[in-house]
Ligand binder design. Structure first.
Ligand code: NAD
Ligand code: DAU
Length: 340
């Protein structure tokens, strides 16, 4: 199996590649990543010298670069590459439409032309919009995205569906809830709260802090994607979630308590515009059909995650200061522009 992973230098992609090379040592993984601000090749330092791992720096909107990767041979695709941060999409939607919509279409087209056995479109529960106090998102819930980020992901999902219906491309869409774990870029709530709390800085909590997310450890997500890739039914959607709903304020309080820091560090700030109130995933289909179930319990997983960040302060410092950009330059001898 020659597996093309896009966006493998980001949070989930790098965890997935580490998982796959361990789990399937006979597979070859080609990681295609543009190295935007969110892409950090240092996340994959443990695998970078392995003979069955190859890194190609490239942009998924670049048709020629994508074609060159497929010419080398690709059996299946797991597509993570995306602009992923909701707040950034509110500030400027353009890179989200470019990468998440156009980039996905370029990849789907190449996959169609060259023929692949599976194309996994890694999507998100945010495409379903928001829930009230009760209920769960199922695979049949209508799409109702509320942020430019989720609208761009929903658009990509619809293109993926159309390529299956029109051209018979064996596409599968996975929709997962909020991930937490090692190597997450510290703009997202969990690593931001851990690092701010550790440094006795205030933690911004949007609105009343009662928005609910369904938290899943990133390794549980990786296990689900491996199952979807190997055994998922082309044309289908699989929801992935941990049945693990918590209000943001509870998550922040737990992090403070693990670190032994005072709740006076919590600072309620102006709410995110269009802030989805509650996400909750019904993952019964993937449990029933593919035998997936999460391994992590949230309390242990969060404690382990806090410990990971505190034990990897050098990584955190290099990411927060921007020094991580020079890792690639040293390893590959090519300069990275600022803010790419
Ligand atoms: P991330 O922001 O940490 O990483 C994104 C990666 O994609 C980076 O390595 C970046 O360099 C790369 N990339 C961005 N634009 C690119 C382009 N034009 N060409 C090539 N590479 C490009 O994201 P993440 O949190 O790891 O999320 C990965 C995927 O999973 C995304 O598609 C996201 O929508 C989805 N997802 C994320 C979560 C979550 O909780 N983080 C949950 C469900 C689904
Ligand atoms: O649900 C899956 C989605 O989860 C993924 O598709 C996205 O790529 C990923 O970024 C994540 O989106 P969220 O917006 O839910 O994650 P974020 O960490 O940005 O925020 C989590 C919650 O915490 C959300 O309700 C907003 C709130 N928040 C966030 C930040 C960064 C705060 O209260 N303060 C903050 O500083």
């Amino acid at each position: 199996m020659r597996l093309l992973v896009t966006g493998g230098c980001g949070f989930i992609g790098s965890n997935f590649i580490r998982y796959i090379v361990r789990q399937h040592p006979d597979w070859t993984v080609v990681n295609f990543d543009a190295l935007t601000y969110a892409g950090n090749p240092e996340n994959l330092v443990e695998v970078s010298a392995m003979p069955n791992y190859h890194f190609v720096r490239g942009d998924i909107t670049d048709t020629a670069a994508v074609r060159n990767v497929f010419i080398e041979g690709v059996d299946a695709v797991v597509h993570f590459a995306a602009e992923s941060h909701v707040d950034r999409s509110i500030h400027d939607a353009s890179p989200f439409v470019r990468t998440n919509v156009l980039g996905t279409q370029v990849l789907l087209n190449a996959a169609r032309k060259f023929g692949v056995s599976k194309f996994v479109q890694v999507s998100t529960d945010e495409v379903y919009g928001t829930l009230g106090e009760t209920g769960y998102f199922t695979e049949a819930t209508p799409l109702a995205p509320n942020s430019p980020y989720s609208a761009s992901k929903a658009s990509a999902d619809l293109l993926a569906r159309a390529y299956h219906e029109t051209y018979g491309l064996p596409v599968i869409v996975s929709r997962c809830s909020n991930n937490y774990g090692p190597y997450q870029f510290p703009e997202k709530l969990v690593p931001l709260a851990i690092l701010n709390a550790y440094e006795d800085k205030e933690i911004p909590v949007y609105g009343d802090g009662k928005n609910v997310r369904d938290w899943l450890h990133v390794e549980d997500h990786c296990r689900a994607l491996d199952l979807v890739l190997q055994h998922g039914r082309p044309g289908d959607v699989y929801n992935v979630g941990g049945n693990n709903e918590h209000q943001n304020i509870e998550v922040v309080r737990t992090i403070l308590s693990i670190l032994g820091k005072p709740e006076s560090l919590i600072r309620f700030v102006t709410d995110r515009p269009g802030h989805d109130r509650r996400y909750a995933i019904d993952a019964s289909k993937i449990r029933r059909e593919l035998g997936w179930q999460p391994v992590y319990n949230f309390e242990d997983g969060l404690r382990e995650t806090v410990n990971w960040y505190i034990s990897n302060l050098d990584w955190c410092h290099r990411v927060r200061s921007g020094e991580y950009r020079s890792f690639y330059e040293l390893q590959y001898g090519e300069r990275l522009g600022i803010g790419q």
